[in-house]
Each structure stands twice: as structure tokens, then as C-alpha cells.
Design a protein around this ligand. Structure first.
Ligand SMILES: [Fe+2]
Ligand SMILES: [Fe+2]
Length: 142
């Protein structure tokens, strides 16, 4: 996900929007499975939680990793005033990683818990806010 797509607002925003929308859809599926409690719901909830972990790792965290590889540093070189906001954005990336690590620990325990769902809700909201701020700081149009 590295490369020129990070450097253009429209392309970068469409990555963000895709990641957040698919994450929201998977989260809603998990909530539905747990609410309806149909046959085998615990198995389905686990499968959905695994898909959510995979989604946030391969789409959100991989995107964050690629931004930190070059993109952020190049932006700071262009405009040193971005150093502080980019440190804050990196902190958000660290929170994404921490949340997913926590969820993986919880997955080793028994069934899908309310606590785990809280983590999935948290990463969704954080990703949404993070992306808005990143678009604002890095593609300032005014
Ligand atoms: Fe980011
Ligand atoms: Fe981004």
C-alpha cells in the first residue's frame, strides 16, 4: 500500500474510507451474530472476530507501517512544522497496534466477550478520527 497513492489526497482518502467502511461492516456483523444468538453463534462470532483482527492488521496497521516508512519523514522534510502533529499521528498508530495486541490476548481466552467488542468499537472510532486528522494535517488545502 506504499507508493504514490499515499501522496495524493484522493487516493489516500479512498484507502482510508475503504478500511473504515469494511471495518464497520465486519463490526456490525459481529454485533448481529452476538445479538441474534442463532445456532453456532459462538463459532460464527469467533470467525468474525478473527476476520476483524485480520482486517485491521492487514489494512489499517499495514497502512500505518507504510506511512511511517517514508511518507511521514518526507512530509517533515518538506515542512518541519509537521513534526509535532506527525508525532501525535504516530501515537494513534501505536494505539491501533496496542488494541489489536490486546484483542489477540483476549482471543486466547474463552469466548468472544463484551470487552473484546469494546476494543473493536474503539479501533473503529480511532481509525475514523485519525484518518480525518491525517488528511487535515498532510493535505492542508488552505
Ligand atoms: Fe495514519
Ligand atoms: Fe493514511
Amino acid at each position: 500500500m506504499s507508493g504514490p497513492s499515499l501522496y495524493k489526497l484522493d487516493a489516500h482518502r479512498s484507502i482510508h474510507d475503504g478500511v473504515v467502511t469494511e471495518g464497520r461492516d465486519l463490526l456490525n456483523l459481529l454485533l448481529k451474530v452476538r445479538r441474534e444468538k442463532l445456532e453456532n453463534h459462538e463459532k460464527h462470532a469467533r470467525m468474525t472476530a478473527e476476520a476483524l483482527i485480520d482486517h485491521w492488521e492487514t489494512r489499517l496497521i499495514a497502512h500505518a507501517d507504510s506511512e511511517e516508512e517514508n511518507f511521514y519523514n518526507e512530509k517533515i522534510k518538506e515542512n518541519p512544522e509537521l513534526a509535532t502533529p506527525l508525532t501525535m499521528l504516530k501515537r494513534d498508530h501505536d494505539l491501533f497496534r496496542t488494541i489489536i495486541d490486546e484483542v489477540k490476548q483476549l482471543m486466547k481466552k474463552d469466548k468472544i466477550s463484551d470487552e473484546m467488542v469494546d476494543y473493536f468499537k474503539a479501533i473503529y472510532v480511532l481509525a475514523k478520527i485519525h484518518n480525518q486528522h491525517e488528511e487535515g494535517y498532510l493535505f492542508d488545502q488552505h
